[in-house]
Design a protein around this ligand. Structure first.
Ligand code: NAD
Length: 338
């Protein structure tokens, strides 16, 4: 693809994160064009297309895939639709950026990977933490050997409170499939080359104890043992009253690296009540640079430029840990990974 031709991107799923990604393509990337949008919710695609200046607005995926000149798609539907839409897009020859989780079963993950491979199209998955500056610098320090042999790793996700979701409308196991999957990918990435061999998960409904009887989990801790001897902890909670809290840590034989900060910036206010800092309340503000960088990398890979991006195999590896967590909770026991 010539350097000065913009990559034509279609959005599938014009909800919360899809709308933000569409805005990134239309307004934050110089070499991409938001060509079309599809969403079955009446008027959703049209409204977003009008706002962002996209040519096409459709209610079904097939129509979007037939939009003239479309090079690539962003899949931001609810998770249960990801694999089928991904396979459809691959068969239409489109490059694919798929939000996490790429799939809900290993069979689905294999089907997605095979479809992208058979079509020869790039497949990137939305593990945006890899594109956050602090996490990227931490990874570079680990790779440079500055922390030595990894011994203990930690990754945590605490979503900002107050928790306003309706537990009855949140799919079972969301904490593993959609929240902790970020932490699993982060740990696998930071501990590159090591294979997870044992997973033990405990969880509870501490934010919404009233929903516990239905199997709802809003709090979980997962331990992961790797074949290089290192041990990791991943932790999540749906209601951090002080704001977004996303951090990582790797402790090794030669040192430690920490990544992520609860504070919104280094600004601290000193006044009569003491010292205070603001915190993050929205992921689209906290990760605006990471979200933009991951789509910029996607556009580069659509152009055929090489680069390290989380792909289908990475998504499968993180999913395998999420599935082991579900089994571990169900059996109340550690689960060995094959
Ligand atoms: N990487 C991240 O940090 C991050 C952040 C937020 C959401 N996500 C992921 O993005 C996905 C979407 O999340 P959301 O919060 O934007 O959800 P949402 O419910 O706000 O939006 C989903 C949209 O998809 C549309 N839709 C449903 N079925 C469709 C289909 N078959 N084809 C096209 N569109 C369809 C819905 O009408 C809706 O507009 C989830 O998998 C979620 O885990 C990732």
């Amino acid at each position: 693809m010539p350097r000065n031709t913009p990559v034509n991107v279609g959005l599938i799923g014009a909800g919360r994160i899809g709308s933000f990604h569409a805005e990134t393509v239309a307004r934050r990337l110089v070499d991409a064009n938001l060509a079309a949008i599809a969403d079955p919710a009446p008027g959703a695609a049209q409204a977003l297309a009008r706002k962002l200046g996209a040519d096409g607005a459709y209610e079904d995926v097939e129509a979007l895939l037939a939009h003239p000149g479309l090079d690539a798609v962003i899949i931001a539907t609810p998770a249960r639709f990801h694999t089928n839409v991904l396979v459809q897009a691959a068969e239409a020859g489109k490059a694919i950026f798929c939000e996490k989780p790429m799939a809900l079963t290993l069979e689905e993950a294999d089907r997605a990977i095979a479809a992208a491979r058979a079509a020869g199209v790039p497949l990137q998955v939305g593990f945006n933490r890899r594109w956050d500056q602090a996490f990227a610098e931490g990874k570079a320090a680990i790779e440079a050997g500055q922390t030595g042999t990894p011994q203990l790793l930690r990754s945590l996700t605490r979503d900002p409170g107050p928790f306003g979701g309706d537990p009855a409308r949140i799919p079972l196991w969301t904490i593993f499939y959609e929240t902790l999957i970020h932490d699993f990918d982060t740990l696998l990435w930071l501990n590159a080359g090591a294979r997870p061999v044992e997973v033990y998960a405990i969880g509870d409904a501490l934010v919404r104890p009233d929903a516990k009887a239905n199997g709802f989990l809003d709090t979980a801790v997962v331990t992961i043992r790797f074949d290089n001897g290192s041990i990791a902890v991943a932790e999540a909670n749906f209601c951090a009253m002080y704001g977004y809290d996303i951090r990582g840590e790797v402790f090794g034989s030669q040192g430690m690296v920490t990544m992520g900060d609860v504070r919104r910036s280094s600004m601290m206010l000193f006044d009569k009540s003491g010292v205070s800092s603001d915190t993050w309340r929205r992921d689209t503000e906290h990760f605006i640079h990471g979200y933009t960088a991951q789509l910029a990398a996607f556009v580069r890979s659509v152009r055929g430029e090489p680069g390290m991006v989380p792909g289908g195999e990475d998504a499968r590896a993180a999913l395998a840990i999420a599935l082991a967590c579900i089994e571990s909770i169900s059996r109340k026991a550690p689960v060995a990974l094959g």
